[in-house]
Design a protein around this ligand. Sequence first.
Ligand code: BTN
Length: 336
Amino acid sequence: MASVKDRFLSMLIKSSGYISGETASKTLGVSRAAVNSAVMSLRNDGYGIDSSTNRGYLLTSRPDRLGSGDIAAFLPEDRMSSVTVLPVVDSTNTYCKELARKGAAEGTVVISDQQTGGKGRRGRSFASPAGVGVYLSYLMRPVTGIEKISEITCWAAVAVCRAIKDCYGFDSEIKWVNDILMNRMKICGILTEASVEAESGAIDSLVIGIGINVNEKRSDFPEELSSIASSISIENGGKTLMRSELASALILRLDELAAGWPDMHGSYLESYRALCATPGNRIAAYTTMAGDAAPRTGEAISISDDFSLEVRFDGSEDKELLKSGEVSVRGLYGYT
Ligand code: BTN
């Protein structure tokens, strides 16, 4: 059960007018004193709440916070019952996988304001500072084999682009397989981790981990990432964006994904093809895990029906399908 403070905050965000103390205490099932103390605590956290003797309480301003109450305001009633919001965690994927191991249902979500051990693809770390990003993991239990994992990850990339458009109105692009770009800079990465039944190869649980750089400033990125990584805010004029709206839009789009799997293949493929910036570009394909072997270079042609990348490598007439693996796209950003 969410705290009185979180539930009252949700009420305030959803309301366009004043909420009387009496309505608040009745709706929340608590005393007027408990409502007063929630108001004081919210003001301490930076929320502007006007109080007027006759009319009650009105939210006049709110900080960019990724709390339960902020997120719940933009979700259907009860959706928060399977959403865990944490101030800090090592990795939301690790936390979500543990919930999955204990039997959590599809649609379980873990969100954190900060990660101390954020994981990236290929064993890399994912910088996850406090107060600027959205780090979210979503549990799926698709009835499918492991060969479909990369396709689900491509669907997730579409879901992220749709969520960003839903809440901020900004367009983004996908760099094959699943990096999200704005102005050709990476603003989001996706790491999907599966637990597979050894004998059948069937997926038991799939955790889709999404890390979005929302409000970082240029100086927040280390020198070596300055030509590669950016944030949604930087790429759109530098103003602070509300992360709670993005987190809730993402949950709704991931719910849509889970409900649509696998029947909505055509719709996600069409969207992926429209959003993917890789075809038509020179690419360098690194085949080793470490990425230190000389890459094969060529031209990315198209996205095939199973979301593979069709490539014509230099010196070859034939086209090849890359199912996954590290592919660097020259001219998009510096993974060459
Ligand atoms: C990448 O670009 O290499 C993938 C980055 C994925 C980061 C997200 S943040 C939420 C989830 N928890 C993690 O530890 N990693 C993913």
